[in-house]
Design a protein around this ligand. Structure first.
Ligand code: GLN
Ligand code: ZN
Length: 767
């Protein structure tokens, strides 16, 4: 019998109950007992649903109050010393202090670092290891939850992050090889497995996504050492090692030969790996086939999945196959049934986590009892797949023809930067060290209220427009008053830099409750690209044109770039991402052209997500960067030499993609640097970045108001390594999360700092 299994289920609850409970607890509005009771209710609901739907392996310990990696650190007793942990069982308040920092009369500690979980938009808490880190079993959650489910009559498969992935994702003192800690760590994993086995667990899931990444020799060796020991500790209990987000590639032999009972592979992200794995898998091992996408929102093509499953069954036999989600469903929204207002046809193409569990069960039934037993589901699925292949709502021949007709000239400016620069200087007439901002100004309560009321329909469009125009007028006047050189309109009308454009593009749909955990209690609701993307009418021209009409200074048009729009959406799975990105690039190109025709001389196309779109395997970087750069240039290269294109990037390590950043050929780039004291500039210096650059001098992520002197210091530091005629003066990022009370003095200081730099320059020229 083939088994129906799942790697993990979203823990936030269909209506974000967990977020609300946790935040109430933080505010002191509910007790710890209440919080636990609400969490138990969510778990029970998830387990029961999965059981009732018919799963054979139901995950437990996939629940976390904040993050599963933080839970591992607590389980293993890897608590950094600044938390003054007494070595006893880890309390919930200690847990939350590690997650978010704590500032009370008793303690004042910073949070642990947070970073992206592989190439998802989920963020995990990075383990911190000292050189002589010791470990100790310090939390009973994994055992408790297994018992909790068992008491409810539900047998579960506890989930752990495996030791190599856990160590690999941590931060070590002096950047030492984390594998050096393996021998200290393994005994704890051994005792966890023994205890699980003793409590009657039949299958334990060890998540080892790192097995599908580029591995060092020491990681490879560690995999062998670790699983040799762990398989012994597990005794009769079965271990499944799960890999996801990539294919095993050169690690296929290593993964297939680990001494465990089952291996899981992601056949959505890396369908090509199936043959190699089927050939390499020793005869006693079970293969778990991740055929239902755990991190997207599209319905499964059942016929296609059945054919994959049958290929595996032909080779391995029924006893050695499991049907599974490709990865944990943590990255998928909870329940499509809640989307009562969504366009029914588009909704019919989708599946959220609850529906995905059903798909797994249906597929399993199909292979166990024959396709006739799921004939109506198959018909329905085939119809849906056929509809998606042919629907005129998805396929727009005009868009496809336009993408096909893209020529290399379209993604190249008319002249090289050095030759178009004089035209820009003549048209803009800016001083040296020109000042600007990244786009948004503080989103005040009034702005948010007006936008919400307009969306609800309680504020008429005319009044809303008036309110926004009033806001624009004020920020334009303010910028003129303080002597800003290149102005912005402030983005008051935008809730979110991707959603704002998605709402105006064809090919996008929005969910009401399609929340996905981003970190801790924070959830995001990514817009969904279901069809060919095009721009029916201008999206920003009216606002920008109005703003420009109020001033003689250049007004900067503000757009989000194609790569960022792609990265922060759920993307259709029926064509390559590169194709979708080009379509978005063309839509933004139209907007850029319209802004230019409306008299806008400076246009910024933000790409903060360019680096996070990088593939997980180094070998795939170049191909990605090529189409990413092309899409950006498609969107920006229609303009005349005299039109100045800006881009903005934040929170990124630029060193390893500096070639691609230069290839974007934006006339001006603004980047985050102030926090690192200009260290991030290094890449641009070594590379001799040829175009203009605005290294942020004001850290907008902090409420602190930077002084004139410290910004002058930063600018002088920058001017030492970058010719001053290439330098701009600007904050690190947009100001929408800040209040005016901080922003005003900070910007005024920033402008004074620029003036000081100009004066110094003049006096040195006179001298
Ligand atoms: N233009 C955007 C803003 O100022 C850029 C935001 C970002 O980089 N994340 O808000
Ligand atoms: Zn930014």
């Amino acid at each position: 019998m083939v088994l129906a299994t799942n790697l993990g289920f979203p823990r936030i609850g269909g209506k974000r109950e967990l977020k609300k409970a946790v935040e109430s607890y933080w505010k002191g509005a509910i007790s710890q007992d209440d919080l636990h009771a609400q969490a138990r209710a969510i778990r029970l609901q998830n387990w029961t649903m999965q059981k009732d739907t018919g799963l054979d392996h139901i995950p437990s310990n996939d629940f976390a109050f904040y993050d599963q990696m933080l839970d591992m650190s607590c389980l293993l007793g890897a608590v950094p010393s600044r938390y003054n942990w007494d070595g006893g069982a880890i309390t919930l308040d200690l847990y939350f202090a590690m997650a978010r920092g704590a500032q009370t009369d008793r303690q004042d500690v910073t949070a642990m670092e947070m970073t992206k979980w592989f190439d998802t938009n989920y963020h995990y808490i990075v383990p911190e290891f000292t050189k002589d880190q010791s470990f100790k079993l310090s939390c009973s959650k994994i055992f408790d939850h297994y018992q909790e489910a068992k008491k409810a009559g539900i047998e579960t498969r506890p989930v752990l992050v495996g030791p190599i992935t856990y160590l690999s994702l941590g931060k070590t003192e002096d950047d030492n090889d984390p594998m050096a800690l393996l021998s200290a760590l393994l005994p704890i994993y051994e005792s966890i497995l023994k205890q699980l086995a003793d409590s009657g667990v039949k299958w334990v899931q060890m998540d080892e996504p790192c097995l599908a990444m580029d591995l060092s020799e020491s990681q490879k060796a560690a995999y062998k050492t670790a699983y040799d020991m762990l398989s012994k500790a597990a005794g009769d209990m079965n271990i499944i090692v799960t890999t996801y987000f990539e294919g095993l590639r050169e690690n296929t032999q290593l993964a297939c030969n680990l001494p465990v009972e089952a291996l899981h592979i992601d056949l959505r992200r890396a369908p090509d790996q199936l043959d190699a794995v089927l050939n390499a898998l020793p005869e006693d091992k079970i293969l778990s086939l991740g055929v239902v996408d755990g991190r997207n929102i599209w319905k499964n093509d059942l016929a296609q999945s059945l054919s994959i499953l049958n290929t595996a069954i032909d080779k391995l036999g029924e006893e050695r196959v499991m049907v599974a989600s490709s990865c944990s469903m943590l990255h998928s929204p909870v329940d499509l049934a809640q989307e009562v207002k969504m366009d029914p046809q588009i909704k019919n193409w989708m599946a959220f986590a609850t529906q995905k569990v059903q798909e797994i069960v249906t597929l399993t039934k199909g292979v166990n009892e024959g396709e006739a037993s799921i004939s109506s589901e198959l018909v329905h699925s085939n119809e849906g797949a056929e509809e998606r292949r042919t629907s005129s709502r998805i396929h727009n021949p005009e868009v496809k023809a336009r993408v096909k007709a893209i020529t290399p000239e379209m993604s190249s400016r008319q002249q090289i930067f050095a030759d178009r620069r004089p035209a820009q200087q003549a048209s803009l007439g800016l001083p040296s060290y020109p000042t600007t901002t990244i786009g948004s100004f503080p989103q005040t309560t009034e702005i948010r209220k007006a936008r919400a009321a307009f969306k609800k329909g309680t504020l008429p469009e005319m009044d809303y427009t008036l309110a926004m125009k009033e806001e624009i007028k004020q920020v334009v006047r303010y910028q003129e008053e303080i002597g800003m050189d290149v102005l912005v309109h402030g983005e008051a009308e935008r809730n979110d830099m991707v959603e704002y454009f998605g709402e105006q593009l064809e090919g996008y749909v929005f969910s009401k409750l399609g929340w996905v955990q981003s970190y801790g209690s924070r959830c995001v609701k990514p817009p969904i690209i279901y069809g060919d993307v095009s721009r029916p009418t201008p999206m920003t021209v009216d606002w920008t044109h109005y703003a420009q009409s109020l001033t003689d200074q250049p007004m900067k048009g503000m757009l989000t770039g194609p790569i960022t729009i792609l990265c922060w959406s759920f993307v259709r799975d029926d064509q390559p991402r590169s194709e979708t990105c080009r379509q978005i690039g063309l839509a933004i190109r139209d907007e850029v052209s319209d802004l230019e025709s409306a008299g806008i001389k400076v246009i910024q196309v933000d790409e903060p997500a360019i680096r996070e779109g990088l593939p997980l395997r180094r070998a795939d970087w170049d191909a990605y960067l090529e189409w990413a750069v092309e899409s950006f240039k498609l969107s920006t290269c229609s303009v005349a030499d005299s039109t100045q294109i800006h881009t903005h990037m934040c929170y990124a390590e630029f060193n390893d993609i500096i070639d691609a950043i230069a290839a974007l050929d934006a006339d001006v780039i603004s980047i985050e640097t102030s926090r690192s004291q200009m260290e991030l500039l290094e890449a641009f210096v070594t590379y001799k970045y040829p175009n203009e650059i605005g290294p942020g001098v004001y850290d907008i992520h902090s409420p602190r108001i930077p002084t004139i002197e410290e910004m002058v210091v930063l600018l002088e530091k920058a001017a030492k390594v970058i010719p001053s005629n290439q330098l701009w003066v600007n904050p690190d990022c947009g100001l929408k999360t800040r209040g005016w009370a901080e922003v005003k003095p900070a910007l005024e200081n920033m402008i004074k700092a620029a003036k000081e730099m100009r004066e110094k320059e003049e006096s040195s020229q006179v001298a």
